[in-house]
Design a protein around this ligand. Structure first.
Ligand code: OOG
Ligand code: MG
Length: 262
């Protein structure tokens, strides 16, 4: 750790306020170029602690920057991990208020729901598939608190990996009934297909992103409990949205899920 507790708390405060007031901020490594990974996750943990203290509950976990398309779009090269709270949930087909966000974008993802605990180190695709209850289509709404989505990895980890809203839906599927590498996804904006991909875009297999999360949590003595929803990361580049946009994600064999921006 390079930052003291007071600085960690101040940075968590700054990022939390940006989220609450829909204001952006320059990336925090501009002021703290020496901060390390532990500092970055400590800031994210402080944001989580504050939300829990305000009565929020954690309803899911997320992996991000797990596909080449996303890494290239954001100019980074390592996956990152964050959490989602109950106020981030949008019902399938439901509304998301753009006025509550800064500059939202959507990502097509495969959501996993676990039926057994996943505890690293050493988790791999096999352990993840054995522990998965089902998978389903998920649209993540990301909203970096950083100006123009310009950040480096430590800054984005501190900002809870841009997490803002998400929707899951469609037809839950057993991982035994599909090949998650070749499963196709189509993201539609106002009825027009705008992004396409296959599951393998995420680390060769979306389950590899879940394994990486379990192995990272193990370094802190944490695990992924049974019954956890996890977003495995955007398969394509993120797509900017504005009020009036209708977004639908279709995943091969898993139906579709939608969200309306108002
Ligand atoms: C960081 C979050 C990325 C994903 O699925 O790749 C992410 C960002 O691009 O703002 O959630
Ligand atoms: Mg995402």
């Amino acid at each position: 750790m390079k930052l003291d507790t007071q600085t960690i708390n101040a940075l968590a405060d700054r990022l939390e306020n940006c989220q609450l007031k829909q204001q952006d901020t320059p990336k925090i490594t501009d002021d703290h170029p020496d901060m390390d990974w532990d500092d970055a996750y400590a800031i994210q943990n402080e944001i989580r602690r504050r939300k829990l203290a305000q009565g929020r509950t954690v309803v899911g976990l997320k992996a991000g920057l797990t596909s080449h398309a996303k890494m290239k779009q954001m100019g980074v090269n390592t996956p990152v991990f964050g959490f989602m709270t109950d106020d981030y949930v949008v019902a399938d087909g439901g509304e998301c208020k753009v006025s509550e966000l800064i500059h939202p974008k959507v990502e097509p993802e495969i959501a996993f729901v676990t039926k057994a605990e996943l505890r690293g180190p050493g988790c791999h695709i096999g352990t993840v598939l054995a522990a998965t209850d089902f998978v389903m289509p998920g649209i993540e709404v990301i909203d970096s608190r950083y100006r123009d989505f310009k950040f480096d990895l430590k800054s984005v980890v501190a900002d809870n990996t841009s997490a803002a809203r998400f929707v899951v839906g469609g037809q839950p599927m057993s991982v035994n009934d599909c090949d998650l590498r070749t499963v196709g996804v189509v993201l539609e904006k106002n009825g027009i297909p705008v992004a396409f991909g296959a599951g393998a875009a995420v680390m060769g297999h979306p389950a590899a992103a879940i394994a990486a999360l379990a192995n990272l949590l193990a370094e802190r003595g944490e695990c992924i409990p049974a019954g956890t929803l996890i977003l495995s990361g955007g398969i394509t580049e993120a797509v900017a949205v504005q009020a009036g946009d209708n977004i639908t994600l279709r995943v091969q064999g898993m139906g579709s899920t939608s969200i309306r921006f108002v």
